[in-house]
Design a binder for this molecule. Structure first.
Ligand SMILES: Nc1ncnc2c1ncn2[C@@H]1O[C@H](COP(=O)(O)OP(=O)(O)OP(=O)(O)O)[C@@H](O)[C@H]1O
Length: 418
């Protein structure tokens, strides 16, 4: 036996002990475990049958466990042996990737040995790298490549038709269709490139070499040195969902990030539903382009601010800490900018701006639906103009679905020259 219970061998060997004292929370008849695997669920709810099934399939079986009927922790599995917890923990992540359950396992050791942490990280690195490689050449990518092939065949067919004598009206129609298909094919290629560069960025973090370059030189994820397996898992899955959804803005992620890195003000125009309001904040928060301070996205209406915050929280579940996506639908003097992304009404930001002229705590302001040109938006933009001169670290992004970018820039210049 490599190690006994925490109270005997763990202490005798002088291993450091995890600050969380399990003796306080474990059931009275349960011996103090050396290792605890916590199974968390992103959504609060009741999942006793699912978690019981998962535990029954866990190999090796835990020495003991607790199942919770509600809350974010679904269960805690207790192990005495390192070899057992290691196999069980890696197995739980494997089955998570296989889609057998939706619980994120976290290991809390009561007895910490650095070589154990290294062993666990090595095993998980191998598993994650293997799965990422699978995703890079997976079914989803093949489906998009097939679509790309079909579009290319269609373009070739139209080019062949255009080579024959045609009536002018018909030739114009064919040309229009060909241009549309070319745009679609470009978009698919760019989306695939974004997807690969995001997964390669995670491979980099895991210390794995890869052949493809990471696009425009912008890191789409800013990952800390230590491995947060749950976060990495959710980032991978969100990339797969993004490719699957095929929102137009995804194809331009690195281009947009490059612009924001180098320019203080940017005007972003995209058709309705292209993903501006929900995706851009996440791109910024992931990439670390906006390092300190919050990213504030203003909306003309409260309902839009609340619904977007909910949507982004749902989409990015597991990718950031708990309260990092917030919403301030109305102004309060006690408001703090402690979230990474905050949706608010333009009226609320204007009030904040009047009371805190330097907008300390905010590093990026996104003014959405700028074409609506409300009085609040215009006043806000006027105040932001002065602020941008003082705060060179600050970024302003003006977004609209319907406006012409040049026309909007012109209006802004006029407004700022007043
Ligand atoms: N609260 C929500 N619930 C469900 N789906 C949503 C929600 N908000 C956005 N979506 C979906 O997410 C996608 C991107 O929406 P998003 O609002 O980011 O686009 P947009 O370019 O900002 O559009 P608009 O210019 O109309 O604001 C759309 O397909 C939309 O249907």
């Amino acid at each position: 036996m490599r190690r006994g219970s925490y109270s005997s061998i763990g202490r005798r060997c002088g291993y450091p002990v995890h600050p969380w004292n399990y003796r306080r929370t474990r059931p009275p008849d349960m011996p103090c475990p050396n290792f605890v695997v916590v199974l968390r669920h992103e959504r609060l709810g009741f999942y006793t049958p699912q978690v019981e099934t998962l535990i029954s399939k866990c190999k090796p079986t835990p020495d003991n466990y607790e199942v919770f009927k509600s809350g974010s922790v679904a269960a805690r599995l207790f192990f005495a042996q390192w070899s057992c917890v290691l196999e069980a923990f890696v197995g739980l992540w494997e089955s998570r990737f296989d889609g057998d359950h939706k619980f994120s396992p976290t290991l809390i050791p009561n007895v910490i040995v650095p070589s154990d942490v290294d062993e666990l990280n090595d095993r998980l690195k191998t598993l994650f790298i293997d799965r990422i490689r699978g995703f890079i050449d997976g079914e989803l990518v093949k489906r998009w490549e097939k679509k790309l092939e079909n579009v290319s065949n269609e373009i070739a067919g139209i080019s062949a038709s255009l080579g024959k004598p045609n009536r002018i009206v018909y030739a114009e129609k064919l040309n229009e269709k060909k241009n549309g298909l070319k745009r679609e094919s470009d978009l698919i290629e760019k989306r695939l490139r974004e997807y690969r560069s995001a997964l390669n960025c995670i491979l980099d973090h895991l210390g794995e070499k890869h052949l493809n370059d990471s696009g425009d030189g912008v890191q789409v994820f800013r990952l800390k040195y230590e491995f947060n397996w749950s976060r990495i898992y959710h980032l991978i899955m969100r990339e797969c969902r993004r490719l699957d959804d095929g929102l137009p803005i995804y194809a331009y992620r690195q281009e947009i990030l490059c612009q924001i890195m180098t320019q203080q003000v940017m005007v972003l125009i995209g058709e309705t539903g292209s993903g501006k309001s929900t995706q851009l904040v996440q791109f910024l928060a992931d990439s670390g382009v906006i390092v300190n301070g919050s990213i504030v996205c203003t909306q003309p209406r409260k309902i839009a601010a609340l619904s977007l915050a909910d949507r982004v929280r749902e989409e990015s579940s597991g990718c950031y800490g708990w309260n990092l996506i917030g919403c301030h639908p109305s102004y309060s003097s006690a408001q703090k900018f402690d979230g990474k992304v905050i949706y608010m009404t333009d009226h609320c930001l204007l009030q904040n701006c009047m009371n805190n002229r330097s907008l300390s705590g905010i590093s990026c302001v996104i003014v959405d639906e700028a074409h609506e040109r409300s009085l609040n938006t215009d006043l806000l933009l006027a105040l932001l103009k002065h602020l941008l001169c003082r705060r060179l670290d600050m970024r302003l992004i003006i977004m609209s679905a319907t406006a012409d970018a040049d026309q909007l820039s012109e209006v802004l210049l006029q407004l700022w020259n007043l």
